[in-house]
Write a protein that binds this ligand. Structure first.
Ligand code: 5GP
Ligand code: ZN
Length: 115
């Protein structure tokens, strides 16, 4: 997808600190980490969001990679949070499907009642 920053990362056109990569997915450090561990996992192929007709085996592999990344980053025992921001209300800013893996400390509680 032209002008997609995560496609550019997947194709090696923009550098990123790669945590894990295979033929279908790539995981890299978030440029603006919100926690001591903050990794993004993306499919190499462009899908805008989780509802963008993503093949189920790929979705399965994407989420299986969460556990791989958690092990590689050393947060598998203490735990972590995964987030998939979707669309405008979900505050998705990069419109290439991605899973945030956040951990390395106790997550702050930020969510309150909807207004
Ligand atoms: P979203 O709000 O769309 O769920 O999250 C997008 C994430 O991508 C943000 O956490 C942001 O810091 C990260 N990000 C945006 N541009 C880049 C980039 O060029 N490189 C890396 N490594 N992360 C990026
Ligand atoms: Zn893309």
């Amino acid at each position: 997808m032209p002008d997609c920053i995560f496609c550019a990362i997947a194709q090696g056109e923009i550098s990123a600190r790669i945590v894990y990569e295979d033929d279908q997915v790539i995981a890299f450090e978030d440029a603006n980490p919100q926690m001591p561990v903050h990794v993004l996992i993306i499919p190499k192929h462009h899908y805008s969001h989780i509802g963008d007709e993503v093949p189920e085996p790929l979705l399965g592999h994407l989420f299986a990679t969460v556990a791989t990344v958690a092990r590689l980053k050393g947060v598998d025992e203490k735990g972590y949070r995964i987030i998939v921001n979707t669309g405008d209300d979900g505050r998705q800013t990069v419109h290439h499907l991605h899973v945030h893996v956040l951990g390395g400390a106790l997550m702050p509680i930020r969510m309150g009642p909807a207004d």
